[in-house]
Design a protein around this ligand. Sequence first.
Ligand SMILES: CC(C)(COP(=O)(O)OP(=O)(O)OC[C@H]1O[C@@H](n2cnc3c(N)ncnc32)[C@H](O)[C@@H]1OP(=O)(O)O)[C@@H](O)C(=O)NCCC(=O)NCCS
Length: 166
Amino acid sequence: MQIRDERDEDAAGISRITAAAFATAPHSNGTEARVVEALRQAGALTVSLLATSADGCIVGHVAFSPVQIAGVAGRWYGLGPISVAPDLQRQGIGGALIREGLARLAELNADGCVLLGDPAYYSRFGFVSDPALTYGGEPSRYFQRLLLRGKVPKGDVRYHPAFDVA
Ligand SMILES: CC(C)(COP(=O)(O)OP(=O)(O)OC[C@H]1O[C@@H](n2cnc3c(N)ncnc32)[C@H](O)[C@@H]1OP(=O)(O)O)[C@@H](O)C(=O)NCCC(=O)NCCS
């Protein structure tokens, strides 16, 4: 498996793998592939990484995009959507994408990263729930952050408007 940045010709493959990964996910609203497309169109895919198999097929993808905290656009980013081919899940591909993505954010001097997801999975990468950062009405246990630099800001987090395609 290799991890690399997305290229122009990857867009359709990324949409396909995103739709496939979320097709059976219980919390999916079916819009994840469109969110990635809308982020790309808006120039808001700050980091967009692919995992590819030895024969070059796309087997996973992760997107990171800027978020606002308490109405302020700073250096915090949201992780997601993240997708791994259904028949290749639980083999470390998602973890490799997350670790590489966080390393890229650190290179970009990001202050931190947030996500909405299962703490049982994301805590292994250093994500923690923090009541200082809220995400609408979502239970704080599922909204997690990873501090890369400085102090944790306080406030409600707003993802890029591309997420509103839902
Ligand atoms: C979530 C996802 C990206 C993880 O990628 P992956 O390659 O399967 O994960 P990894 O192989 O790196 O990690 C596997 C470990 O994570 C755990 N895990 C995977 N998905 C999990 C989840 N949704 N909740 C809790 N634990 C999860 C597995 O139990 C496994 O743990 P173990 O190593 O202790 O057995 C992938 O399962 C996926 O595409 N799911 C469908 C789309 C989705 O739900 N995306 C995330 C939305 S928040």
